[in-house]
Design a protein around this ligand. Structure first.
Ligand SMILES: [Zn+2]
Length: 309
């Protein structure tokens, strides 16, 4: 999610032409044109049923994803889950109501209920293309919720849904394929952009940098070979390590300045240009400031971060 250059960005429309398999029966609809607010989406086949991971933003995108999932499923029942509630990942779920069994973790459902309407208003202010995508978006409750961890048997393929929040959002979830060692991580990891830290106090201050770092270590400990990011490239475990290093470095620096009595705005003024300068090729540098402010709010919790998960 980003408000930067919202008006001049291309419309956040999923391009189905990029659909490809990263493992047998594990399909990706990639963010191939690197358009802001277009995520990487997944369709995971089992012998008995098929799981869709994320919907894209709005009804039109979600309809394309649903049609493709139906084509792949050839009559097998569909499930839908989300990596997290953010609009470009989940605000198409109404299209799946009655067509798929919708399955979230409880926190994700509660977060969508609590924040969905506010995010809809905020995103509709991000320019004409985004507002058009979000016409007639409605929220429906999932058919099923779980707490903690759930193993789905799709038929010849186990898929684990693991609740990870609060980190990037309250209800973050990863989708883990233990046989193929593929993990869908949503916006816990991205490439080519600064990590998205949606710290918007007082409306939404649930993002937690310290826990996010721990979560990245938990995901790395699964031993993934393929990491499907929320936006950007799909790659190996090094993508998780880059994100972890970025957040840990930021947290340590913000924490040290805060502990020595430097005011929040002065911490931003000192660190922001330095951190931006380290990644001249990453887009959306506006997220550096919100990352600094997020760590300033909580402080850097070395115990929580350094202790093994
Ligand atoms: Zn997000």
């Amino acid at each position: 999610m980003s408000e930067q250059n919202a008006v001049s960005n291309p419309a956040p429309i999923i391009d189905m032409a990029g659909l490809h398999e990263i493992a047998n029966g594990v399909w990706i609809i990639p963010d191939q044109h690197r358009i802001p607010l277009v995520p990487n989406l997944g369709i995971i086949e089992g012998e008995r049923s098929v799981l869709v991971v994320d919907t894209g933003m709005g009804r039109e995108n979600a309809r394309k994803v649903l049609d493709k999932a139906r084509e792949i499923a050839k009559g097998r029942p569909l499930f839908l889950t989300l990596t997290h509630f953010h609009p470009e990942h989940g605000f198409g779920h109404q299209v799946f109501a009655g067509e798929a069994t919708i399955l979230y973790n409880r926190r994700q459902r509660d977060e969508l209920r609590a924040k969905g309407p506010g995010y809809l208003d905020m995103f509709r202010g991000f320019g004409e293309h985004v507002a058009k995508c979000l016409v007639d978006v409605q929220f429906v409750d999932p058919d099923l919720v779980y707490d903690g961890r759930l193993t789905m048997e799709l038929g010849g393929r186990a898929v684990e849904l693991i609740e990870m929040g609060p980190a990037h959002s309250m209800g973050d979830q990863v989708v883990w394929l233990p046989e193929e060692k593929v993990v869908f991580v949503g916006d816990l990891v991205e490439t080519g952009v600064f990590p998205i830290v949606p710290f918007f106090p007082p409306d939404d201050a649930d993002v937690n940098g310290n826990k996010w770092i721990r979560v990245l270590r938990r995901i790395a400990a699964l031993g993934p070979k393929t990491v499907v990011t929320g936006h950007g490239d799909i790659g190996g475990i090094e993508l998780i390590q880059i994100a972890e290093r970025y957040l840990a470095d930021m947290g340590r620096q913000v924490g040290a300045l805060k502990d020595s009595g430097v005011a929040e705005d002065d911490v931003v003024a000192r660190l922001e240009p330095v951190i931006r300068g380290r990644h001249p090729d990453w887009r959306e540098p506006n997220w550096v400031e919100s990352g600094i402010r997020c760590f300033y709010a909580t402080g850097y919790d070395a115990d929580a971060v350094e202790t093994a998960p």
